[in-house]
Design a protein around this ligand. Structure first.
Ligand code: SF4
Length: 445
C-alpha cells in the first residue's frame, strides 16, 4: 500500500497533453492524492510524453535516464510514463528503463490510481485498444482564468507523417450537452477564457451539431468572455465556422490553420486532403469575413521528395499570406507512419538550411505585422505576472498576441483595454489607456 500519496507530473507536447495531465491530476485527487512539494519528494512521479517529433521523443528518453537518480534517492517513489510514447512503444520501455514502474496510454488514465495504490507487480504496462475513452465525466484540475476543454479525442486523418491516429485512436466527439455543462462549471469557478481543444476541431459532430453549433452554444455561456479553438484543418474548415466567429464577439478572431507545405505534390504525399489553392481560398474567405483576423500556421520542411521548387512554393505562400506566427519543423521519420516507408531523401544539411530560411522569413514578417499594431487598442486578459518584470502583467490579446501591461489597478483574471506602445521581441508592450475592471468589449463583428 502506498504511504506517500503525493504526485508530480511533467508534461511534454501539445495543449491536448496539458489537458490530459489535468485529467490525470483530477483522477488522482479523487483518490486522495495531493500535489507534491517538489519532484524529489513526490510519492508518484509521472511523465506525460509526446512522440509527434523525434526531437521531443529524444528529450524524454534523455530525461528518463537522468530521473533514475530520483528513484535511487527515493526507492519508494513510483515512476510512470504516460501519453503517446507509452502507447506506441509499450512494454519495451519498461525494459529499456529499469527504474520505470509502469506505463499507461492515453485511454488508460482511469486505472492509474488503482495501479499505483495497490502496487503488487513491480512492472505494469497499461495499453488498451484505443478509441473507447473520452473522460467525459472527469473534471480536469484547473486554476487561473484560462482553461482548455477537449471537445473531441483522436484523429481519423492519417496524415502520412503523423503518429497521432496510432497514439490516440479514432476520432470521437464529446456530447454537446456535456461540454456546455463543463463550460458552466468553469465559468462558476472563475474561468473567463476557454480554448476548445481537439486534433481537428472543425470535424466536431454530435448528431446535428457541428463545430459552428458548438461555437454558438459556447458563446451563450454567461461568464465565459473569450473562446478560442485549436487545431483547425484546412480540409474541414467551412465558411459557417468563420461566420460563427464573426457573429459572436466572444469568439477570438484568431485562426490557427496548419499549411504544412505550399506544394501540391508534397501535400498529396502528406495525405493532407487539400491543395495550396484551396488553402489560399480559405485565407481569402476568412479575411473577407473578419478583416483583422490573425492567422497562424505550422510548416514542415524537408519532407521526403521536397525539391527546391516545392520548398519555394511554401516560401511563396509564407510571403503572400504573411502569417502572424508560424511554427516550423524539420521533417523527422516517425516509425509506424506511412511516410516512414518513403525514402527520407532530403539531406539533413539541406533541411537545416531550409528551416533557417523559413524561420528568418516568418520572424521578419511576424515582427513587421506586430509593428503595424503600434498605436492601436486591444483587450488583454491578464494571466500572470510578466516573467521579465514583476511590475508588469502578462496576458493575451483577442488575436492571441502576447502583451505586457503595467500593474496599475488591475489583477489576474481582469480584461483591460490598452494601446500598443512598442514591440519587444514578439511581445507588445502597452501603456494602459483605459482601466476597466468589468469585462471589456472584445472584438466587434
Ligand atoms: S490532422 Fe493529421 S497532423 Fe493533425 S493529428 Fe490528425 S493525422 Fe496528425
Amino acid at each position: 500500500m502506498m504511504k506517500n500519496r503525493t504526485y508530480h507530473i511533467e508534461t511534454f507536447g501539445c495543449q491536448m497533453n496539458i489537458y490530459d495531465s489535468a485529467i490525470v491530476e483530477s483522477l488522482l485527487q479523487r483518490t486522495g492524492f495531493i500535489t507534491a512539494v517538489s519532484r524529489e519528494q513526490a510519492g508518484l512521479f509521472l511523465i506525460n510524453t509526446c512522440s509527434v517529433r523525434k526531437h521531443a521523443e529524444q528529450r524524454v528518453f534523455a530525461l528518463l535516464s537522468q530521473y533514475k537518480k530520483l528513484k535511487d534517492d527515493n526507492p519508494e517513489m513510483r515512476i510512470g510514463l504516460i501519453g503517446c510514447i507509452a502507447q506506441i512503444q509499450g512494454a519495451e520501455l519498461l525494459k529499456m528503463f529499469p527504474h520505470l514502474d509502469f506505463i499507461a496510454g492515453p485511454d488508460d488514465y482511469r486505472r492509474i490510481p488503482e495501479i499505483v495504490c495497490n502496487f503488487e507487480s513491480p512492472k505494469t504496462a497499461l495499453i488498451s485498444c484505443l478509441s473507447s475513452e473520452d473522460y467525459d465525466d472527469v473534471k480536469p484540475y484547473q486554476s487561473g482564468p484560462c482553461a482548455g476543454v477537449a471537445v473531441m479525442r483522436g484523429c481519423d486523418n492519417f496524415c502520412s507523417y503523423c503518429v497521432v491516429p496510432y497514439a490516440r485512436g479514432r476520432e470521437r466527439s464529446r456530447p454537446l450537452v456535456s461540454l456546455i455543462d463543463e463550460f458552466h462549471r468553469l465559468s462558476d469557478s472563475g474561468v473567463k477564457e476557454i480554448t476548445l481543444l481537439g486534433q481537428n476541431v472543425n470535424s466536431y459532430r454530435d448528431n446535428d451539431n457541428d463545430f459552428a453549433a458548438l461555437l454558438y452554444a459556447a458563446a451563450k455561456v454567461d461568464g465565459i468572455e473569450r473562446i478560442r479553438f485549436m487545431t483547425s484543418h484546412p480540409k474541414d474548415l467551412k465558411e459557417n465556422i468563420i461566420l460563427a466567429m464573426a457573429a459572436n464577439r466572444k469568439i477570438a478572431p484568431h485562426l490557427h490553420l496548419p499549411l504544412q507545405s505550399g506544394s501540391d505534390k508534397i501535400l498529396h504525399k502528406m495525405n493532407r486532403g487539400y491543395t495550396a489553392e484551396k488553402y489560399l481560398n480559405l485565407i481569402t474567405m476568412a479575411r473577407k469575413i473578419i478583416p483583422d483576423i490573425s492567422i497562424t500556421t505550422d510548416i514542415i520542411v524537408g519532407f521526403p521528395g521536397e525539391s527546391d521548387a516545392d520548398f519555394q512554393q511554401t516560401m511563396d505562400i509564407v510571403n503572400s499570406v504573411r502569417f502572424d506566427d508560424t511554427f516550423t519543423y524539420r521533417y523527422s521519420v516517425r516509425p509506424g507512419t506511412k511516410a516512414a516507408a518513403f525514402i527520407d531523401d532530403v539531406p539533413e544539411q539541406l533541411k537545416i538550411e531550409r528551416l533557417e530560411e523559413i524561420i528568418s522569413a516568418v520572424r521578419r514578417i511576424g515582427r513587421e505585422n506586430l509593428e503595424k499594431l503600434i498605436g492601436k487598442t486591444f483587450t488583454v486578459l491578464i494571466e500572470n505576472e510578466s516573467r521579465k518584470d514583476s511590475d508588469w502583467w502578462m496576458g493575451r490579446t483577442e488575436h492571441n498576441r502576447i502583451a505586457v501591461i503595467p500593474k496599475n489597478s488591475c489583477f489576474i483574471g481582469d480584461f483591460t483595454n490598452f494601446t500598443a506602445g512598442e514591440i519587444s521581441g514578439f511581445t507588445i508592450r502597452a501603456e494602459i489607456k483605459e482601466d476597466l475592471h468589468a469585462p471589456a468589449a472584445l472584438h466587434e463583428a
